[in-house]
Design a protein around this ligand. Structure first.
Ligand code: SF4
Length: 168
């Protein structure tokens, strides 16, 4: 018992401190929540599609949903079906194997079918451009409303991209 307490005291706190109430990330999230209610009449429903990513961009998207950002508390939802989605976030270059799936996902969505391309790879293939397995950027398959550059883009950039898409 003493041994465990000693280890706890010696290790200290390793987690990040909670965001302060004045953190701009939370203010941006509240802004998006209000925008979404004005435009759709409900909170934003997002479908994420990995079209061939290295998963770096996914880690940043997960942060949007983490206890740090608490976006679900503001009503955001990542949905499983594209039929329930207002907005599609696509990560990665579009691999040849995922090209048809991306198109089918987009076609299944109700209008306005907002698409946000996340990360440098989604813009033009990024580090995978020119590969025999890559069809190109997301806009070579479906219309893209907003592009979020970065490798990977951080949660603030992602939120700004969502806001720009919903504002449009
Ligand atoms: S933009 Fe960077 S982090 Fe995102 S899928 Fe491409 S290589 Fe990975």
């Amino acid at each position: 018992m003493h041994h465990i307490l000693y280890r706890i005291l010696k290790t200290g706190i390793l987690t990040e401190p909670a965001p302060s109430p004045s953190d701009t990330l939370l203010a941006q999230a509240e802004n998006l929540s209000a925008l979404s209610y004005r435009r759709f009449g409900h909170s934003l429903s997002i479908r994420h599609l990995d079209a061939g990513s290295c998963n770096g961009c996914e880690l940043e998207i997960h942060l949007l949903n983490s206890p740090y950002s608490m976006l679900e508390a503001l009503g955001f939802r990542f949905v499983a079906s594209p039929r329930h989605a207002d907005l599609l976030m696509v990560t990665g270059p579009v691999s040849l194997h995922m090209k048809e799936a991306l198109l089918a996902t987009w076609e299944a969505m109700p209008h306005p079918k907002l698409v946000v391309a996340v990360g440098d790879c989604s813009l033009d293939g990024g580090v995978f451009a020119g590969s025999y397995a890559v069809a190109g950027g997301v806009d070579s398959v479906v219309p893209v409303r907003v592009r979020v550059p970065g490798c990977p883009p951080d949660p603030r950039a992602l939120l700004q991209g969502l806001i720009t898409a919903v504002e449009g």
